[in-house]
Design a protein. Structure first.
Length: 217
């Protein structure tokens, strides 16, 4: 099987999807590490954002991330449609011992909700932070949005949805890349649970903290 035929096959699509999924999970860790600097104050967070904005490698990676996310979404939808026609095939999994769970059955739906949140996130965070004048503090842009109860609720709910998505996506990505077997599955599930709780709780706690911190003043 040549490379073109491999990537056109169901297994090839799953490998590409798993690769982009792992890449996106690494990005989430980096993104959270920067957001945690909000607790260190305005200067620390603004300096981190300024560094990323001027770093050529990070600027290139922004486009790579965007392409990876688009590929991940498109392949996810395509695999979902194919799997609906082929009964007995389990979404995103390559090993028969994986049982179907709520998170696996809803991957495409949670993915669409995450995409909707991402669009909202870009409109409210990335675009203002990237194209606003230099007199507007990046820190104040973020904190002011978390003062909005409606946005904070959407933000926290979106990371709850992300947790459902990651609950299946984490171990499925490693299985599709051939890095998992029956012996490693339990370990992957525990590590995946730790990862999704760290990511989802981390982002949510930041939003909730600044929301209530403003009201306690």
């Amino acid at each position: 099987m040549n490379h073109y035929n491999f990537f056109q096959s169901s297994i090839g699509k799953k490998v590409v999807m798993a690769t982009t999924g792992v890449f996106l999970m690494i990005f989430l860790l980096l993104h959270l590490s920067v957001n945690l600097l909000l607790f260190s104050g305005e200067k620390a967070f603004n300096d981190a954002v300024f560094f990323m904005r001027k770093n050529i490698f990070i600027r290139i990676m922004e486009y790579v991330l965007a392409v990876g996310f688009i590929i991940h979404i498109l392949l996810g939808v395509k695999l979902h449609l194919v799997n609906r026609k082929i009964k007995g095939e389990i979404d995103y999994a390559m090993n028969s011992y994986v049982t179907t769970s709520f998170s696996s059955r809803t991957m495409v739906y949670t993915g669409i909700l995450i995409l909707c949140f991402l669009v909202l996130h870009l409109i409210n965070f990335m675009i203002p932070m990237k194209y606003s004048n230099h007199f507007v503090s990046d820190y104040n842009i973020v904190v002011s949005l978390f003062k909005n109860p409606f946005y904070t609720l959407i933000y926290v709910f979106s990371f709850f949805i992300l947790g459902i998505h990651l609950n299946h996506g984490f171990k499925s990505s490693f299985q599709s890349l051939g890095l998992s077997n029956k012996k490693r599955l339990a370990c992957l599930q525990k590590f995946g649970s730790l990862y999704l709780w760290f990511i989802c709780s981390g982002f949510s706690i930041i939003a909730i903290w600044f929301f209530f911190n403003d009201r306690m003043r």
